[in-house]
Design a protein around this ligand. Structure first.
Ligand SMILES: [Cu+2]
Length: 161
């Protein structure tokens, strides 16, 4: 358990350090990114899902116009909804990160739907996502492929089999 906590603390430290770098650089990142990951799927899967948290520290909303990756043919932002026990996903046409706010992409909620991978992705692999914003800026994000259970460090480490 202690080992687990230490790992998490290190991750937080490195995120804080990245923020410091970004704010002092002229190539400042458009958003601050936390926990970007792709859910590992069976090799035959034609769609995968990616999750992350994007923070907008600026005073204006950031509108996402396009997301792409060399590893996938197409990427959409989806919203999952559950109605009468039926789970549905719909494509969101206009997605923004509010000023001084955040966009949370997480399982069961909003997520990135990644279509037609160009290669078989497994745990430990990483992909690059390119987000374009309406203001003309763009940002590259690295997302690591993980099993669904690996990412629960923000919630809890309880898994039931
Ligand atoms: Cu979806």
């Amino acid at each position: 358990m202690f080992h687990y906590l230490n790992k998490r603390d290190n991750a937080i430290l490195s995120i804080v350090f990245s923020f410091a770098l970004f704010t002092s650089s002229s190539h400042a990142a458009v958003t601050q990114v936390e926990d970007a990951w792709v859910r590992e799927a069976p090799p035959s899967s034609t769609t995968l899902a990616a999750y992350m948290r994007l923070f907008n520290s600026s005073a204006t909303d950031l509108i996402i116009t396009n997301i792409s990756s060399p590893a996938f043919k197409k990427i959409e932002v989806h919203q999952t909804t559950t109605k009468n026990n039926i789970v549905k996903m719909r494509k969101l046409e206009r997605v923004s990160i509010p000023a001084h706010g955040e966009l949370i992409l997480e399982p069961g909620q909003k997520h990135l739907m990644l279509f037609k991978p160009n290669l078989k992705l497994k745990t430990g692999d990483a992909i690059t996502l390119n987000i374009r914003f309406e203001n003309g800026k763009q940002q590259e994000i690295r997302a690591e492929v993980k099993k669904a259970n690996d990412m629960n460090h923000q919630q809890n480490a309880h898994t039931h089999h």
